[in-house]
Ligand binder design. Structure first.
Ligand code: ZN
Length: 493
């Protein structure tokens, strides 16, 4: 847990989830965080692991803990544990009020043990029917008991560790009468060495009170760790973050847009991102996929709860449940950084006509450094990259943009000159080398000069344009209908 500020923001963010709901229920999303991993390390306060199929508690730790999960012959294996180096929860700023309940959470089976059920997004009642292992702590299965006997034993469930805030996690787990917090040496002696197998399961569910740290990020909700279904990764793990849609949005808006931008730009982004996520979720579930969204630019950039900022919380909260619809359908709410003067139609870019993704004028993105850009690429580099992409068979001697295509003239006799699509040239050179498909190209000596406009595919909402419109006083609804023509904002819950 890096900072009190982060935790404070999360606590603040969690307050969102006590808001009343009506109509449609908020959906749970499954975000692929890590794939193709041999093992993963997870850490958190009051970290708890469950068998994903039976709901049985595998292991539970009262303090800040980390543990390793790897792929074994018969599924997912939770390995030996050790204390996290900074395991002194009471020293973390911003966490004192909730840090030490008077009784150990596992002794209260009627509520969600180890959590604050009324606020924690990952455990909100009704958000994950059928999978909530809330009764698990009382039904630790025989097979969950580790061979070492050191990780889980029935006595731990009523351990009064909470009476001794300074006791270390293993110590507090181990005994019912070590309430003085002086057992760290004993804990070390009793701790299993690394590699002690605790439990094997087809899938493992991980929960923690204030978010789970994995792969460099802090994530709200729960983690589901499963064998990677990708055929090329049979011995690998896939880590999926399961969390309510609104909690996901808190994590994503600050990654997709500068979190210090005007509120209405952030609100427009929140509605677009919510719509996009719901639409993807519907498609992926219909296709019976293991998860709904990637955590990279392939879907929407998601770096977990570390990106949560006050304005983002406000933007998500004030648009809660709002989506873009066209007729009875959810909009395909595509967005991009900078259009450079006008947006592009989906037909132009993706070859698919969509009534609300049409070309729209936009000069609000002028403040973007990519509104106009100028990039010089040596002919030699262009030749290499076009060859690697099988777009040219010989050295390029001249390039010029001609209507919708790029004429590529080559040097070798007998080799054919080519006419290429701008998007293919951009793909070959790299998406951050040429910032959009909108450019003119001209050869100058042994260099090719690209003069372009915009950053990204240009379809849907222009993010810098949304910022410009918000600064000019437009509301988020006005911003959205500017970029998604004929769409309307509807509130689903
Ligand atoms: Zn624009």
């Amino acid at each position: 847990m890096r900072s009190g500020n982060t935790v404070g923001r999360i606590a603040c963010a969690m307050a969102l989830f006590v808001a009343p709901r009506w109509g449609y229920a908020e959906e749970e999303l499954r975000i692929a965080l890590v794939s193709n991993a041999l093992s993963v390390e997870v850490a958190g306060i009051q970290l708890r692991l469950f068998d994903g199929d039976t709901g049985a508690l595998i292991a539970s730790w009262s303090g800040l803990h980390e543990t390793t999960i790897r792929r074994g012959a018969r599924g997912v294996v939770v390995e030996g544990t050790h204390e996290a180096p900074e395991a002194r929860p009471e020293t973390k700023p911003g966490m004192k009020p909730e840090t030490r309940p008077e009784t150990k959470p596992e002794t209260r089976p009627e509520t969600k043990p180890g959590t604050r059920p009324e606020t924690k997004p990952g455990t909100k009642p009704g958000t994950k029917p059928g999978t909530k292992p809330s009764s698990a702590p009382e039904v630790i299965s025989a097979k969950a008991a580790p061979a070492t006997g050191a990780i889980v034993s029935p006595s731990l469930r009523s351990s009064p560790s909470s009476r001794s805030p300074s006791s270390k996690p293993l110590s507090s787990m181990r005994s019912n009468d070590d309430a003085k917090g002086s057992k760290s040496a004993e804990a070390q002696a009793e701790a299993p060495g690394p590699g002690a197998v605790v439990h094997g399961a087809r899938r493992v569910i991980v929960e923690a009170r204030d978010g789970i740290r994995v792969a460099g990020g802090l994530y709200l909700g729960r983690l589901e760790i499963v064998p990677d279904p990708d055929a090329s990764a049979r011995d690998r793990l896939l880590v999926i973050n399961r969390l309510p849609l609104e909690a996901y949005l808190l994590g994503i808006i600050g990654s997709e847009m500068n979190p210090t931008w005007p509120l209405d730009a952030l609100k427009a982004q929140a509605v677009a991102a919510r719509t996009y996520a719901m639409q993807r979720r519907m498609m992926r579930r219909a296709a019976n996929k293991t998860y709904d969204l990637e955590s990279t630019v392939l879907s929407q950039v998601y770096k977990g709860a570390d990106q949560i900022r006050p304005l983002v919380i406000q933007a998500v909260k004030e648009t809660r449940g709002e989506v873009l619809s066209y007729g009875h359908d959810l909009v395909e709410a595509l967005f991009h950084s900078t259009c450079g003067g006008h947006t592009a139609s989906s037909e132009e870019v993706f070859g698919r006509e969509i009534p609300y993704l049409v070309e729209r004028p936009c000069t609000w993105c002028r403040a973007s450094t990519r509104y106009r850009w100028h990039v010089t690429v040596p002919l030699e580099e262009l030749s290499k990259k076009l060859s690697a992409a099988r777009l040219a068979s010989a050295s390029v001697k001249n390039v010029e943009r001609d209507s919708d295509e790029i004429a590529v003239l080559v040097e070798a006799r007998g080799a054919k000159d080519r006419r290429l699509k701008p998007r293919d040239v951009r793909a070959a050179l790299g998406y951050t080398r040429l910032f959009s498909n909108r450019f003119v190209a001209e050869t100058s000596g042994r260099q090719v000069v690209f003069d372009g406009q915009g950053f990204g595919h240009g379809v849907g909402m222009c993010q810098w344009g949304a910022r410009g419109m918000a600064l000019a006083g437009y509301t988020y609804r006005e911003i959205l209908v500017q970029y998604y023509k004929g769409a309307t904002v509807k509130r689903l819950y």
